[in-house]
Design a protein around this ligand. Structure first.
Ligand SMILES: Cc1ncc(C[n+]2csc(CCOP(=O)(O)OP(=O)(O)O)c2C)c(N)n1
Ligand code: SF4
Length: 279
């Protein structure tokens, strides 16, 4: 497979310079490296600038509802465990309205890779403060500066039980692509928080802001150490794999899903009879 095979007839209409382009390019080169057949890969997204991504990559895609992409991705994986399922959403999608689904997906350890397009703002709705906006952040919805502390996606994912937790930067496409490859290869719930500049509405967390601060950390399976590292976010911002451990996945623990994928099984139940009970 070549990157060109993943191109679509239409081209993205994100704002010129948006960090989402870097994430799209990183995802494409990761899929090329993994060489998974396109028909076996599904990208499930919510609603937002970030969540438009399935439109511009030639694999199966499902553009769902704001904040609800993880339940849909979970359904896809349960129905056909042989598929590579990738979930994508903004920080609002993932950590605002979708926060509960995020925590439950982490603790369930379902084998899905979720990518947080973390621009610390609501892009599609034209620039309101989001769950990852830093304290003091001035926006349309917080003209005097946000008085709330931000969610730290990396700390939250580690604490909630995700078994692969990483942070990448949309300005480092090569590094991000390697993280996506590792996340997809990992058996379990993989979280990749991506620092993604929104060039139109967030004039604080710019490419320059991140370029000056990001540095790499090495993976550890020591949860306390990983958590401690995840708390650093300021003058220096760690990136790379924070935490990785092997733990049985949700599907490993479901005897009813052993053997052939549900979607390939012939249903030998007379559904009419089952439903008759409820009429
Ligand atoms: C249930 C529901 N609530 C609110 C909205 C309005 N809405 C659309 S996108 C969005 C937030 C977008 O921000 P984010 O998820 O961070 O993605 P971005 O656009 O920044 O990539 C909101 C609040 C919606 N579409 N559906
Ligand atoms: S509004 Fe921001 S996040 Fe949305 S496409 Fe433009 S730069 Fe990207």
């Amino acid at each position: 497979m070549k990157v060109e095979d993943l191109n679509t007839k239409t081209t993205p209409h994100w704002c010129p310079g948006c960090g989402d382009y870097g994430i799209l390019n990183a995802l494409k080169s990761a899929l090329v490296e993994l060489n998974i057949e396109r028909k076996n890969t599904v990208l499930v997204s919510g609603i937002g600038c970030a969540s438009k991504i399935p439109q511009w990559i030639n694999i199966f895609g499902f553009h769902t509802l704001h904040g609800r992409f993880l339940p849909v991705a979970t359904g896809v994986k349960l129905a056909n465990k042989d598929l590579t399922v990738i979930a994508a959403g903004g920080d609002g999608d993932s950590l605002g309205i979708g926060l509960g689904h995020f925590v439950h997906s982490c603790r369930r350890n379902i084998d899905i890779t979720t990518i947080i397009f973390d621009n610390a703002i609501y892009g599609l709705t034209t620039g309101q403060t989001s769950p990852t906006s830093q304290k003091g952040f001035v926006s349309k919805s917080t003209p005097f500066g946000s008085i709330e502390n931000p969610v730290n996606p990396v700390s939250l994912a580690i604490a909630s039980g995700a078994t692969f937790v990483a942070r990448g930067f949309a300005g480092d496409v090569k590094g991000l692509s390697s993280l996506i490859v590792e996340g997809i290869k990992h058996k379990g719930f993989s979280v990749i928080d991506v620092l993604q500049p929104c060039v139109t509405f967030n004039h604080v967390n710019t490419y320059d802001f991140y370029s000056k601060r990001v540095y790499k950390v090495d993976a550890t399976s020591d949860k306390i150490k990983a958590f401690e590292r995840s708390l650093e976010f300021g003058e220096r911002i760690p990136t790379g794999v924070f935490f990785k451990e092997d733990r049985e996945t949700l599907i490993d623990q479901m005897p009813q899903l052993k053997g052939e994928a549900l979607s390939r099984r012939v249903l030998d139940v007379d559904l009419k009879k089952v439903f008759e009970k409820f009429v």
